[in-house]
Design a protein around this ligand. Structure first.
Ligand SMILES: [Zn+2]
Length: 400
């Protein structure tokens, strides 16, 4: 329940029954799970008639459904249009895009909404086996054990929140790339396994609910709020996701600053294309870009709204999140957006045929800052204190 929701419902409590009935129900936060979660991780997207391999067995698509061309090592079972492959041992999963070692069940989910040959490959991994494969992919292997432990708890809480939100509506909870969090599959990295063991079953909670604990590579010194940088979901209206106050320690590392040069003509074209030709869109009549400046910041000083000024000195307003999204979009008619913008904390000005963008931070800037956590761990800060630094008012609870 959000703080606002509590106040609104509390204020209406003594009103007539009719008012109470017509009031919107308070939006619920995520209840703490009472049993171990098995994560459903989408590790592959098959979109053509190509199939994939599991060790020596080729999985093929037929017109009647999915089948294994050879099932010596696996026991397939069809359930609700999905093909399930039960496997107790580790297997090597080979798709046209990647090779991954995984343990656990695999389900093949038909995607007839895309094509008769399309399906998603989903591995089902118990949470404590899932998290090492995440943190080994999210951090450098030589980083401090306390950074790994803090990251383990953030990754577990994020995954739990995703599972709780999607379990009734989707066939997978997370994908295995940076749009969710990286998952390498089975890993042997010692520091990752120790971090998961040392924090077994520990979640970030607030008011006895699970915190969807977003994190990013580097906040650039100024925290973002999830409601600005992720979405307007009511789940983001909680203090741990409003951003920590004050300047973050990641600024002691040169890595937090970046400069990117892009063709101003292509940058302008991309933004216009992104606006989709909608006449009511703020970028519909954007001319050649001269500069971009922040015009509104959150309480920590991080820009949330930017102004794009074009050659005719017309000013176009856009949210900082949308600008990065638009600037990094690929379109067939425009050269690839390279290098990509690393964060929305930026200013830009035109120099010759280039638009020079200068920014700080990498990623959305909500919650734990990985580079900052590494600085704090180097100062011997405990993983619990690192999490309390990045998620204000959070509780650290061992729930399983
Ligand atoms: Zn930071």
């Amino acid at each position: 329940m959000t703080a606002t929701g509590v106040l609104v419902i509390g204020g209406l409590f003594s009103c007539a029954k009719r008012d109470e009935e017509s009031s919107p129900a308070p939006k619920k936060l995520l209840s703490i799970p009472t049993e171990m979660i098995t994560m459903r991780v989408r590790v592959g997207k098959i979109r053509k008639k190509e199939g994939f391999r599991l060790d020596d067995d080729h999985v093929l698509l037929t017109n009647k459904g999915w089948k294994l061309s050879s099932s010596r090592a696996f026991t397939p079972e069809t359930k609700d249009q999905e093909l399930w492959i039960h496997n107790k041992d580790t297997h090597t999963l080979i798709t046209p895009e990647k090779i991954k070692r995984c343990t656990g069940k695999i389900s093949l989910h038909p995607r007839r909404d895309i094509s008769p040959h399309a399906f998603d490959i989903v591995v089902h991994v118990p949470m404590e086996k899932y998290v090492p494969g995440v943190i080994a992919g999210e951090l450098y292997s030589h980083w401090h054990p306390n950074t790994f432990a803090a990251q383990a708890v953030a990754a577990r809480s994020y995954a739990t929140a995703q599972h709780l939100q999607r379990k009734a509506t989707s066939h997978f909870d997370v994908s295995d790339g940076p749009s969710s969090q990286v998952f390498l599959g089975d890993v042997t990295l010692d520091v990752a396994h120790r971090a998961v063991n040392d924090t077994k079953g520990v979640l970030l909670t607030w008011n006895n609910t699970v915190v969807p604990s977003y994190y990013s590579a580097c906040c650039g010194g100024m925290a973002a709020a999830a409601s600005d940088a992720i979405s307007g979901s009511h789940l983001h209206e909680i203090p741990p996701l409003h951003g920590r106050s004050g300047k973050d320690v990641c600024t002691s590392l040169g890595v937090h600053q970046w400069t990117v040069k892009r063709s101003y003509k292509n940058f302008t074209k991309r933004l216009v294309q992104w606006s989709g030709g909608r006449t009511n869109h703020p970028l519909h009549q954007l001319g050649s870009i001269e500069s971009i400046i922040p015009i509104q910041a959150n309480k920590h000083g991080r820009p949330i709204k930017l102004e794009i000024i074009d050659r005719k000195n017309i000013k176009h307003k856009i949210s900082a999140k949308q600008l990065v999204h638009a600037a990094n979009q690929s379109y067939p008619t425009i050269p690839k957006p390279s290098p990509k913008l690393k964060s929305s904390c930026l200013v830009a000005s035109r120099t010759g045929s280039d638009l020079e963008l200068r920014g700080v931070g990498m990623g959305h800037g909500v919650g734990l800052c990985q580079y900052g956590a590494q600085v704090l761990a180097g100062q011997n800060m405990s993983w619990e204190s690192i999490l309390e630094w990045y998620y204000p008012e959070v509780s650290i609870a061992s729930v399983l």
